[in-house]
Design a protein around this ligand. Structure first.
Ligand code: F6R
Length: 264
């Protein structure tokens, strides 16, 4: 596990964009797992910039998004389909046939649909690089507290904390979705490499539990401790409750010296 501490959002986005860009340059047909949320907006801007100004080529990249709200059509402004199109896909050259986002419009036979999403990931040769944010309650994807650490893509009921966070984005009088389709923790852990980005003090407690606490289904992100190649990229407020900050700084210095590839 590598914990990279950065000064601000801009530095975080730059670092994450660099890691993604070099992964694509090494493997143009990269299978990229994507996340939505406020944390990702700046990163997608950077990647769009790299595409436009430095010809970063997404033409062979295959993408799988983590999750989508159940019951929202792709055209709904709060759907993750809409988010991804507006913030990322319309600015880069991922071919539409290579884009996979769970379908929030399905009705019934959820298990069959979710199994087909898992099959599509397997058929693509597994996810090479999975991007994650984290919820205040430690969720990754929409794996809410008490999700099985072995869970696969499935229908998931959203927690009250997530509903409260989401309520701000939906219009007054508009019901926010109660459920989502999400990759499971077991699905996420099968990615070859994982990068988790987080900013702000509201994430500090969840990150301290995820990185330095016991592995527990009460904090889904703590399952990442089981993964051999996870990089957390955090700003100061998000890292403020970590006990081992000095150690992470020392590891970072040595990483830059001995294995600089891990940082660029
Ligand atoms: C979104 C997702 C969620 C978010 C998390 C943080 O696809 O999987 O786990 O990453 O809720 O959201 P923000 O960045 O809005 O704080």
């Amino acid at each position: 596990m590598l914990v990279i501490l950065k000064r601000d959002n801009e530095e975080i986005n730059l670092q994450a964009a660099q890691l993604i860009a070099s992964a694509i340059k090494k493997k143009p047909s990269l299978t990229l797992g994507l996340a939505t949320g406020n944390t990702m907006v700046g990163l997608y801007k950077h990647l769009a910039h790299l595409h436009k100004e430095e010809r970063l080529d997404f033409s062979q990249v295959v993408t799988f998004n983590l999750d989508e709200y159940l019951g929202l059509p792709a055209t709904h402004p709060q759907s993750y389909h809409h988010f991804m199109h507006e913030n990322f896909f319309r600015h880069v050259n991922v071919p539409p046939r290579n884009i996979h986002i769970p379908d929030g419009g399905i009705r019934g036979d959820y298990d069959e649909y979710c199994a087909s999403y898992e099959r599509a990931i397997r058929d693509a040769g597994a996810i090479d690089l999975q991007l994650l944010g984290i919820g205040r309650n430690g969720h990754i994807g929409f794996n809410e507290p008490t999700s099985s650490l072995a869970s696969r893509t499935r229908l998931k009921v959203l927690s009250q904390e997530t509903l409260d966070d989401n309520a701000k984005s939906f219009g007054a009088g508009e019901d926010s979705p109660r459920c989502a389709i999400t990759m499971g923790i077991g699905t996420i852990l099968e990615a070859r490499k994982i990068i988790l980005l987080a900013t702000g003090e509201s994430k500090a407690a969840a990150l301290a539990k995820a990185i330095e606490g016991p592995i527990t289904s009460a904090v889904s992100a703590s399952a990442l401790q089981l993964h051999p190649d996870v990089t957390f990229i955090l700003d100061g407020p998000a890292a403020s409750q970590l006990m081992q900050r000095d150690y992470y700084h020392r590891v970072l210095k040595m990483t830059a010296l001995l294995t600089p590839d891990r940082l660029s």
